[in-house]
Design a protein around this ligand. Structure first.
Ligand code: ZN
Length: 488
């Protein structure tokens, strides 16, 4: 009825990524790994912004930023320059944030990703190196109802990359595919363990034709980004269709109520009074330095998907699922290293069985509970004929839920396949005694044999070796036939 599909949509993103693989913060010796520490214990005069404290830049952070720029085929700046961005907010003890304004460390990159089976590209406008502010804590995470605001400066000064895209997106789902690709690139460059809380944050600019640009801030994950964009798009389209104005404003995503809400009045660029930081003189980036880093670039996701598909005979979609998270692909390659036979089957058990059973725990559960040896042992038990496919699926559930080595489980639970013939023929005798009618049928019709075999499987809880069982049943029937013949 409405021409909603024809409304021109523009979505651009600013992604804040912590370089949390570094030992120290961007300008001081405090740890980058602040999670789990008591509040305000991972601080020093520099990251608390005490008067007279002097920042010293972390060279490894510059290295990571340059490598990301090279991986995205961007232009690396000739000098690293830092600026002060002034604003007054409790998360910022200095009343300014050290960031890059006049000259970002990287310009004009490109990220290619796949969406609905077609290849797409998003232009990267700039990448800035900056410091993370402190963290403000509210009761139940809600600033409107909380009676207090607490401030924790443990995070203050952690190195952050701000990645700014051009407004090239049209749909929230495209953004999802793009962010997953970006996350995988960041993980492969060992810039970010993006699964950690607060390590990967998104601000989005959204506009529809006939309205002004709205910025939605502080979205905490890829999944939430898609929800926030979908909500905000529907809100703006609704306003436009009713003939109401979409005002330029900043909104916040409320992940509990699943709505965007108006935030404090938007500061405009000039309000920040940017100025070069006099404590941090520009650092030249020489051609030799950039070439050295270019040679040191690790295998990136696209290359890894190609290689893994080829090397392990995987389908492209399966290789993509594995490479979408670096640790998942690493896990798979470790399993294959331990047990190299049939890697495609191993990949399927990993993606379809283990991850399926881990459900909400997902990859965290995999890394914390499951060892690569467990999956390798499961594959080995299958190949050695000690367990059936049905049992392998069952064991995958135990591995995922309880984190137990299947080799141990098989022994403990008596799951091993029964191929002992004298034991099985006793079970066959039992079945023949209990189902005389079925035996009569089986003597005439080969189809009825399946029922007898099935009963033996049932009595042994699926552990009887099916081919031995079938042979024993048929031998027993043959014997009966020969006993009956002379009388007819
Ligand atoms: Zn510090």
């Amino acid at each position: 009825m409405h021409a909603a599909g024809t409304v021109n949509v523009k979505i651009g993103l600013e992604i804040h990524v912590q370089i949390n693989t570094l030992k120290t913060k961007l300008f001081c010796g405090c740890s980058s790994n602040y999670r789990g520490m008591p509040p305000n214990t991972n601080v020093c005069p520099v990251c608390l912004g005490l008067p007279g404290a002097l920042p010293v830049v972390n060279e490894k952070a510059i290295e990571k930023a340059v490598m990301l720029c090279l991986a995205l085929r961007g232009k690396v700046a000739s000098k690293v320059r830092f600026d002060r961005k002034h604003y007054f907010y409790p998360d910022l003890p200095k009343n300014y944030q050290i960031t890059q304004y006049t000259e970002p460390i990287c310009r004009d990159g490109l990220i290619e990703y796949e969406y609905k089976g077609t290849s797409k590209a998003v232009r990267i406008r700039r990448i800035n190196l900056e410091e993370d502010p402190g963290r403000i804590v509210y009761e139940r995470g809600d600033p409107r109802t909380s009676p207090f605001s607490l401030i924790d400066y443990n995070r203050s000064g952690v190195a952050l990359l701000e990645i700014v895209t051009e407004p090239d997106f049209k749909e929230p789902e495209e953004v999802e595919s793009f962010l997953e690709k970006l996350r995988s690139i960041l993980e492969h460059l060992e810039i970010c363990d993006c699964g950690l809380e607060g390590a990967f944050r998104v601000d989005a600019n959204i506009s529809v034709s006939g309205g002004q640009r709205v910025e939605v801030k502080n979205i905490g994950s890829i999944e939430e980004t898609v929800k926030a964009l979908a909500y905000e798009l529907a809100r703006q389209r609704d306003l436009v269709m009713k003939g109401l104005a979409v005002r330029r404003e900043t909104r916040h995503w409320d992940p509990v109520r699943k709505v965007t809400l108006p935030a404090r009045t938007k500061e405009y660029e000039e309000d920040y009074r940017y100025m070069p930081d006099p404590n941090l003189p520009p650092i030249p980036l020489t051609r030799e330095y950039i070439e050295k880093l270019s040679k040191a670039l690790p295998e990136l996701p696209d290359q890894r998907i190609e290689r893994m598909a080829r090397q392990y005979n995987l389908t492209k979609p399966l290789a993509k699922v594995l490479v979408s998270r670096k640790k998942l692909a690493d896990f798979f390659e470790e399993v294959v290293h331990i047990y190299p036979s049939n890697p495609r089957r191993t990949a399927n058990y990993l993606v379809n069985d283990l991850l399926n059973w881990l459900k909400d725990e997902g990859l965290r559960g995999l890394y914390s509970k499951v060892k690569p040896e467990y999956l390798a042992n499961l594959m080995r038990l299958l190949d050695e004929g000690k367990i059936s496919i049905r049992q392998a699926k069952e064991l995958a559930e135990h591995i995922a839920k309880r984190g137990i080595d299947p080799a141990r489980l098989v022994a403990e639970m008596g799951m091993e396949k029964i191929s002992d013939e004298s034991f099985l023929s006793r079970v066959v005798d039992e079945v023949f005694r209990e189902y005389p009618k079925a035996v009569q049928d089986a003597l005439r019709s080969p189809k009825a044999v399946n029922f007898l075999v099935g009963m033996v499987m049932k009595k042994t809880r699926g552990r009887a070796d099916p081919s031995i069982t079938r042979r024993l049943v048929e031998e027993r029937l043959e014997q009966l036939r020969s006993e009956l013949e002379p009388q007819t």
